[in-house]
Design a protein around this ligand. Structure first.
Ligand code: GLY
Length: 349
């Protein structure tokens, strides 16, 4: 598989561990730290140690979106201090998007910034967190409210970690791959994925998906406009994720975004004329893969309220990025509540 060079670092596949060794040998690091959660400690740590032969200081935080918060950061900063980390220490993040986001943020803020390397272990983090330099934590129930842009030295994508995942996790990651196909300028990826009844996450599909995300962040790293396209499906999807987080039926990120993709595709039809037959295709494909979730008037209203927290909103208006066609994005669109409700009905119908 081909490596993917970004502005400041390379996303490497088979050669990744060798490059890590080179970075460590040339970087004169005083200490190497490895951030894990209980899952990556159990399932991925052995693979990582076997392949790198490193003996890092281990820092463990609890897994899950609900722990992507300031308390976990404090735990990381305290561990770094306890183990006497200094400005020439290196932090390696071994885990999914929560670990790479919070690890990157902790690295950026410790001693005004230490070097870090990401070793994503989920399909979702392969195609999303691996590129773009966003770091951060959730704050006051608002996703990614506090964060920075800070690039790693290297990202290593090792497909062996996918063997450690449950199918539900793989499905969650596939949603971002599918979203990338909707916002990509060429619709061949969209056709390839939509025409299949199953999820496709071959190494070729993963590489293409990373390339699509890279094309957005290279042109607009700081999300002035184009990068907002990556948020397609996320305005509704994030609110759905937050809503279910406080219930006993919490949804994974991709499971929430999958619903967001259907609802925002329908809104795209109402407001931007995105062909309804395309919206139907998207809905059919997604519902072949993800279970349908029930919404009632009360949950829908709570979700709409949560959207006002979304970081993209200016002056309390809900701003959407919508589609006119595959890869043809419309930015900062106001959507009336009545249209959002209609779109929820479309999803449920
Ligand atoms: N996950 C959206 C972005 O990186 O901009």
């Amino acid at each position: 598989m081909r490596n993917i060079a970004t502005e400041n670092y390379v996303i490497e596949f088979d050669s990744g561990y060798k490059s890590l060794t080179n970075i460590i040998n040339e970087g004169n690091y005083t200490k190497i730290f490895l951030l894990v959660d209980e899952n990556t400690k159990k399932y991925c740590l052995n693979i990582f140690i076997k392949k790198t032969k490193l003996k890092p200081y281990l820092i463990k935080i609890s897994s899950g979106e609900e722990n992507k918060n300031i308390d976990s950061c404090i735990k990381i900063w305290k561990s770094l201090i306890d183990f006497k980390a200094d400005r020439k220490s290196l932090l390696i993040n071994l885990g999914g998007g929560v670990i790479t986001d919070i690890g990157g943020f902790s690295a950026n803020t410790f001693n005004r910034g230490i070097d870090f390397v990401n070793v994503p272990t989920t399909l979702l983090s392969f195609v999303d967190a691996s590129v773009g330099g966003k770091t951060g934590i959730n704050f006051q129930s608002i996703k990614n409210k506090i964060g920075t842009f800070y690039d790693p030295m290297l990202v290593i994508i090792d497909l062996q970690y996918l063997d450690t995942l449950e199918e539900r996790e793989i499905r969650s990651g596939y949603c971002e791959i599918y979203k990338h196909s909707l916002i990509s300028q060429t619709n061949s990826k969209f056709k390839q994925l939509t025409n299949s009844d199953k999820i496709n996450f071959s190494s070729q599909i993963i590489t293409n998906s990373i390339e699509i995300k890279k094309s957005f962040v290279t042109k607009d790293k700081y999300e002035k406009q184009l990068r907002k396209g990556l948020n397609f499906g996320h305005t509704i999807g994030h609110a759905i994720e937050t809503f279910f987080m406080s219930t006993s039926n919490s949804l994974l990120h991709g499971e929430s975004i999958a619903i967001g993709l259907i609802i925002e595709s329908y809104i795209s039809n109402v407001i931007c004329g995105f062909e309804i037959k395309m919206v139907d295709k998207i809905k059919n494909h997604i519902l072949k893969i993800y279970p349908k979730i029930e919404f009632n008037a009360s949950s829908t209203n709570s979700i709409i309220k949560l959207m006002y927290h979304d970081k993209k909103n200016i002056d309390e208006k809900i701003k959407f990025v919508l589609l006119k066609n595959i890869g043809d994005l419309v930015f900062d669109v106001d959507v009336p509540k009545s249209t959002i409700l209609k779109a929820f009905n479309y999803y449920s119908s």
